[in-house]
Design a protein around this ligand. Structure first.
Ligand code: ADP
Ligand code: ZN
Length: 293
C-alpha cells in the first residue's frame, strides 16, 4: 500500500510516501513560501505517485472541526498569505484521495503512539520545542481536538527568579513559547541556542520553564508518556534537567512508579527521531483510509 504524508511546517514542507508499517519509502523537502506556490509543489510531487490516501500534519493554528465551513483552513497565522487559506480544500481539488488532517504535533503524537516511543500505549503528549512550542495530545486512543485544538505552547509559566527577559511571544510576552522556544533563547542570550555551551546557565533556565509545563501536563492529562522533540531538544543535557524540575514541581504528589522511579523512561525524545512529523502524517493518512492507524 502507498500512502502519502505531508509534514507542513512554517519553515519547510516535507512530503513523502510510506506504507502501513510506517516505513518511509521516499521523501522530498522544500521551503514554505506563499501557499499557491508551496501547494503547487506538493501537487506536482504527488501527481504520479498513485497514493491511496494522504495525511497532513500542519503548522497552525488550523481548523480541524469537520462540521465547520472553514474545515481544512489555516486560521490566524502571521505567515504571509496563509491566514484564512483553504489548505485542505486546495489539495482535495487536485488530488482525489481521502485525506487525514490534523496539527503537526497531533500527527507527531499519533506517529509516536503507532510506531515510536509510545507504541502500545493509549495516551501520550508530544511537545515540540523549536521555532515555537507546540503540544499534541493523544488520549484514550484518540487525538484530542476539543474546541479548536490544544495550544499548550502558550500556557503561562512562573518566572525564573534570575530571569529578566521580557519574553518573545507577540500575544503573551512571557508565556511558555515566549520564554522557551528557540527564538526566545536566542533573544535572551544574544546567541543562537545551537551555539550555547552545554554547561551554560541558559539550560537550567530552559529546563525550569519546560519542567513546569510538563508537571502541569502530568497533573492535567495524566499521559502515559511525554515525548519532547524539536530543534531545541537536540540539547540532550536538557532531558535530565527537565526531569529534575518535574520531580521538584510534583514533589511526590503523583505516586505512580513511572513518575517516582522511571522519569527517564517517561520523559523521552521521539522514538521516530527526525521522522516523527512525517511518520505522524503517514499515520493520519492510514487513518483516513479507514484501516485504523
Ligand atoms: P521548526 O520548529 O521550525 O519546525 P525546529 O524544530 O528545527 O524547526 O526548531 C528550530 C529552532 O530550534 C530554532 O529556533 C533553532 O535556533 C533551534 N535549534 C535548532 N537546533 C538547535 C540546537 N542544537 N540547540 C538549541 N537550539 C536549536
Ligand atoms: Zn504566547
Amino acid at each position: 500500500m502507498r500512502i502519502g504524508a505531508i509534514e507542513a511546517g512554517g519553515t519547510k514542507f516535507v512530503c513523502g510516501i510510506g506504507n502501513e508499517q510506517g516505513k518511509i519509502e521516499d521523501r522530498v523537502s522544500f521551503p514554505t513560501e506563499q501557499p499557491e506556490q508551496t501547494l503547487g509543489n506538493v501537487i506536482s510531487y504527488f501527481r504520479d505517485k498513485q497514493v491511496e490516501a494522504i495525511g497532513i500534519g500542519s503548522f497552525g493554528p488550523i481548523n480541524i472541526d469537520p462540521s465547520s465551513p472553514e474545515y481544512g483552513y489555516v486560521t490566524t497565522t502571521p505567515k504571509p498569505g496563509w491566514s484564512g487559506y483553504d489548505f485542505l480544500g486546495t489539495l482535495k481539488n487536485s488530488i482525489d484521495v481521502p485525506f487525514g488532517w490534523d496539527t503537526d504535533v497531533n500527527a507527531a503524537a499519533l506517529g509516536e503512539a503507532t510506531w515510536g516511543a509510545a507504541k502500545g500505549l493509549d495516551s501520550c503528549v508530544y511537545y515540540t520545542i523549536g521555532t515555537g512550542v507546540g503540544v499534541g495530545v493523544y488520549a484514550e486512543g484518540k487525538l484530542v481536538h476539543g474546541l479548536v485544538h490544544p495550544e499548550g505552547g502558550h500556557i503561562l509559566t512562573r518566572r525564573h527568579p534570575e530571569d529578566t527577559f521580557e519574553g518573545a511571544c507577540p500575544y503573551h510576552g512571557d508565556c511558555l513559547e515566549g520564554m522557551a522556544a528557540g527564538p526566545a533563547i536566542e533573544k535572551r542570550w544574544k546567541i543562537k541556542g545551537s551555539d550555547i555551551p552545554n554547561d551554560h546557565p541558559a539550560w537550567a533556565i530552559e529546563a525550569f520553564y519546560i519542567g513546569q509545563a510538563l508537571a502541569g501536563t502530568i497533573l492535567l492529562l495524566s499521559p502515559k508518556k511525554i515525548i519532547l522533540g524539536g530543534g531545541v531538544m537536540h540539547q540532550e543535557q536538557l532531558f535530565p534537567l527537565i526531569r529534575a524540575e518535574v520531580r521538584k514541581n510534583l514533589n511526590g504528589y503523583v505516586s505512580h512508579r513511572m513518575v517516582t522511579d522511571s522519569l527517564d523512561e517517561y520523559i523521552v525524545p521521539p522514538g521516530l527521531g527526525e521522522n516523527a512529523g512525517l511518520s505522524g502524517a503517514l499515520a493520519l493518512g492510514i487513518g483516513a483510509l479507514g484501516k485504523g492507524a
